[in-house]
Design a protein around this ligand. Structure first.
Ligand code: GLA
Length: 380
């Protein structure tokens, strides 16, 4: 039902952490992310005409563009949009493409999600601005549709060929729950985190480099494997369809790196399947073991870890009360996620910080986080 929309408001849009199911969302697999209590906060106000004016004090920058000229990716002065502005502009571009009305507005946003740390700061911006447009426009988007719209904006406007997981978690997050999303059927369900556990995020402080090209290379390797197996069995249309036995039977026919990368995906999909049952059984130990296994696989098979992330995971594994630890997100830098017994959180954070500093000379930012609800308009 259409209403007039509101004239000003405040949107909170969370980052996400992925617990299990890494690099499988573009292979039709299952993922297990949670929205977190670090977020992007956007205050907005309706404006006249078709001008959008966004200020980003965190980046010490601001930008104005016209919603009538989004294809050009330029500001109203005709300069190229700064990188950070491509995310909100892309979302508005795609909302209009889908036939929803968007008018001019001004907004200011700040973020408590570290940028480039693998916690989906960009998906939080995208989903946050989709909620801003929805609130101003007075129309409503189903949350899964909103996630897809934002993913499409990132792929087609920003130019990053990402999967659906990040936007999905930011849009559909449920307080105190992880979300199991089947990226093939798009069915999803919230699953409670094990009782008396906390999620702790450790930021290695390494910012991800060459992420887009390395990410796209991994995608290409997965496609190469699918193309090979599709000739053997036309029913195999993604790595989701491939079983471990068939993969191993053809190990010598595939380039070694393609085999390793495909093996990670096939085994990771299997791990998520097992993890769902473990969460339903409230089995923190079993779930944690799968987290360690995922890390080893991302390090040795998928080759997206870095020594500092390996060190964080190794130290975490030696501290009392740690059920599991692994790098989270695309890799190549960023953060680890740790499943910790509630009563041990402070001690865990202190020890991890100290030993990491001793081993690497780096000051990791380490904080406990809580699974949170998806993006929302605060004044409702
Ligand atoms: C990035 C992408 C996601 C997903 C992860 C890896 O965060 O945006 O779609 O592919 O990497 O699991």
């Amino acid at each position: 039902m259409l209403s007039k929309g509101i004239d000003k408001g405040f949107v909170i849009s969370p980052g996400r952490v992925n617990l299990l199911g890494e690099h499988v969302d573009y292979n039709d697999g299952m993922v297990l992310p949670a929205a977190i209590d670090r977020s992007v906060k956007i205050s907005f106000q309706r404006g006249a005409g078709s001008h959008v004016s966004i200020s980003a004090p965190d980046m010490n920058d601001e930008c104005q563009f016209s919603i009538d000229n989004l294809e050009s990716k330029t500001t109203i002065k005709g300069e190229a949009l700064p990188d950070w502005a491509l995310y909100p502009a892309g979302v508005i571009w795609n909302i209009q493409r889908r036939g929803f009305v968007v008018g001019g507005f001004s907004a200011e946003y700040r973020s408590t999600i570290p940028i480039g740390a693998g916690l989906s700061s960009s998906a939080a911006v995208e989903v946050g601005f989709a909620v801003v447009c929805e609130s101003l426009g007075g129309w409503r988007l189903d949350r899964m549709e909103m996630a897809q719209l934002c993913q499409e904006a990132e792929r087609e406007y920003v130019g990053v060929n990402c999967g659906l997981m990040d936007q999905f978690a930011c849009a559909c997050g449920v307080q105190d729950h992880a979300l199991m999303l089947d990226t093939r059927s798009l069915a999803y369900k919230p699953l409670p985190l094990p009782e008396h556990t906390s999620l702790v995020i450790a930021d290695s402080t390494l910012r991800r480099s060459l992420i887009t090209s390395a990410y796209n290379d991994r995608r290409r390797d997965c496609e190469t494997a699918v193309a090979y197996f599709n000739k053997i069995d036309p029913q195999i249309n993604s790595l989701r369809d491939l079983d471990q036995e068939l993969l191993f039977a053809h190990e010598n026919k595939l380039p070694p790196h393609v085999f390793r990368h495909a093996r990670h995906v096939v085994e990771e999909i299997d791990r998520v399947n097992r993890a769902v049952r473990l969460l339903e059984e409230n089995n923190a130990e079993g779930f944690g073991k799968l987290m360690f296994a995922t890390h080893a696989s991302l390090r040795d098979l998928f080759e997206v870890s870095r020594p500092e992330l390996d060190i964080l995971v190794e130290i975490a594994g030696s501290i009392d009360g740690c059920f599991g630890a692994r790098l989270t997100g695309a890799g190549f830098g960023g953060c680890t996620v740790n499943l910790i017994q509630e009563s041990h959180v402070e001690e865990f954070i202190g020890k991890l910080k100290t030993v990491y500093k001793y081993k690497t000379g780096l000051e990791a930012a380490i904080f406990a986080t809580r699974a949170s609800r998806g993006a929302f308009l605060k004044n409702q």
